[in-house]
Write a protein that binds this ligand. Structure first.
Ligand code: NAD
Ligand code: UGA
Length: 471
């Protein structure tokens, strides 16, 4: 397979990955690291992003992900390449991973719920046009079940679309290989995954993809299924994870009303091996580019198939998430005497979780908007998110003029009435809280939505402290 291509190439096979984002970049870096016999080209239409992937200063990659720069440093220019040469790399590829974005549709049929597949469609059209010989297409993006059918239809019409009239027995096989990495732990998740899921109906194609992963992953961890099971399992997997967060977050409010402690409750229920300890950490609600969009997509699919009760059940997970963010915002306003007019608040943490610079759907965005609406002036500090990325989330309708980004936590806290901790960055645990207290207006508040700063230490210094899920 693929032996028609790059006959002179020193590599056994050529992989092309369309999309150099949070999935394409790390996933392909780890494949390149473990498979020196494969050439991996990561291509993207975004020139700036590719420039950043090729940055000589390896600490300035477009994605901050612990351990990633090290791998890119080892493989880049050897068997890992980042470029905008989409057409050329498609032409040379034996295997094409599609890792493009699939956000929620903003308009038209299914707006607000269904995934926008326009980037998938444009990738499929490019592949249909430029691929040569037999090519295995791997769905790496998260997709609604049955998307492979759409891709197949586009690819099957490739002969008509083939402008350059290359007829080198152009054929395609489609495999679904959804990605389960979490940001912040992506390298470890890719090196030591719980499982690798490969769905398809062409045994040769499944074998080809399985063989890539077998270079570093125990074969017993590689699950093969039909196409539709693989596509659907990814959506369901995210829905189950998000559901646990909404479930535990719904109990934080009850703890605050009753004197129970959410961490104690989580520990007590998590020790039941049927429930398990992971994903029971309550907080300001789940963020990230995927949980919300994937659940809404699942809701859309259920409605499409007339399964309204199932759709309502899953939609509630998203509703509880929004409720938690609103609840925390309201609680802050109430504690600060019911008004934020002329008050300065420091927002500690803007990424949606620690160890990533990704801010997509970060709870910090909604909570900040709620506070700005009440007239607050906000001073932001995040160790990895750049100033522009923070300010871009706001505009004149959300009082962007009241937002400032500071370079240190101390600077951000100056003259503030409260600090709202929204991301669990380790450095927040060991700040010089005494000095921070000194520069704030009194009474000085800390609202800890991540339950990870020592409440007693803060209280001793003189802070008023609110910690989620406790009294
Ligand atoms: P992203 O937005 O970071 O990256 C996607 C990239 O694809 C962008 O750089 C974009 O310019 C590029 N692109 C779009 N259309 C293109 C085209 N026709 N040709 C070339 N490049 C093109 O998105 P992401 O976070 O990497 O997510 C990608 C997919 O993976 C989504 O479906 C997502 O649901 C899924 N996923 C994401 C994660 C995660 O942690 N972010 C984890 C698992 C799965
Ligand atoms: C999540 C899944 O964990 C991955 O398996 C999946 O591949 C990915 O989505 C995806 O499809 O995009 P990610 O969003 O990167 O990964 O990060 P998570 O660690 O899952 O955190 C998501 C959100 O939930 C964060 O805002 C985090 O703070 C929150 N969270 C997580 C909690 O509030 N409590 C927890 O116990 C765990």
């Amino acid at each position: 397979m693929g032996n028609l291509k790059r006959m002179t190439n020193k590599f056994k096979q050529n992989i092309c990955c369309i999309g150099a984002g949070y999935v394409g970049g790390p996933t392909m870096s780890v494949i390149a690291l473990n498979c020196p016999h494969l050439r991996v080209d990561v291509v993207d239409i975004d020139e700036e992003r590719i420039k950043e992937w090729n940055n000589n200063d390896i600490s300035q990659l477009p994605i901050f992900e612990p351990g990633l720069a090290n791998i890119v440093g080892k493989c880049r220019g050897i068997n890992l390449f980042f470029s905008n040469k989409v057409e050329e790399c498609i032409r040379e590829a034996d295997i094409i991973f599609i890792s493009v974005n699939t956000p929620t549709k903003k308009s038209g049929i299914g707006a607000g719920f269904a995934s926008d597949l326009k980037w998938i469609e444009s990738s499929a059209r490019q592949i249909a046009k430029f691929a040569k010989a037999h090519t295995v297409i791997v769905e790496k993006s998260t997709l609604p079940v049955k998307t492979a059918e759409t891709i197949k239809t586009i690819l099957d019409s490739s002969e008509q679309n083939d402008e350059v009239n290359i007829k080198n027995n152009k054929t395609f096989s489609i495999v679904s290989n959804p990605e389960f990495l979490a940001e912040g732990t992506a390298v470890n998740d890719l090196q030591n995954p719980d499982r690798v899921l490969i769905g398809g109906d062409d045994d040769n194609a499944i074998k080809l993809i399985t063989n890539i992963y077998k270079n570093w992953i125990d074969p017993t961890k590689i699950i093969t299924t039909n196409l539709w099971s693989a596509e659907l399992s990814k959506l369901v997997s995210n829905a189950f994870l998000a559901q646990r967060i909404s479930s535990i977050n719904s109990i934080t409010a009850l703890c605050e009303s009753t004197g129970a402690n959410i961490n104690e409750v989580a520990e007590a229920i998590g020790t039941d091996s049927r429930i398990g300890r992971k994903f029971l950490k309550s907080g300001p609600g789940f963020g990230g580019s995927c949980f919300k969009k994937d659940i809404l997509n699942l809701v859309y699919l259920c409605n499409f198939y007339g399964l309204y009760e199932v759709a309502n059940y899953w939609e509630q997970v998203v509703k509880v998430n929004l409720w938690q963010q609103k609840r925390i915002s309201t609680l802050i306003i109430r504690q600060l005497f019911g008004t934020l007019a002329n008050k300065k608040l420091a927002i500690f943490g803007f990424s949606f979780k620690a160890n990533t610079n990704d801010t997509r759907e970060s709870p910090s965005i909604n909570i900040s908007k709620n506070l700005l609406q009440e007239g607050a002036k906000l001073n932001f500090y995040d160790p990895k998110v750049k100033e522009g990325q923070i300010l871009n989330e706001f505009d004149e309708t959300t009082n962007r003029e009241n937002c400032v980004v500071s370079e240190t936590p101390l600077k951000a806290a100056e003259g503030c009435d409260a600090i709202i901790v929204l991301t669990e960055w380790e450095e927040f645990k060991v700040l010089d809280w005494e000095n921070i207290y000194k520069v704030m207006r009194k009474p000085a508040w800390v609202f800890d939505s991540r339950i990870f700063i020592d409440k007693e230490v803060l209280k001793k210094i003189g802070f008023q402290v609110w910690t989620l899920g406790t009294v």
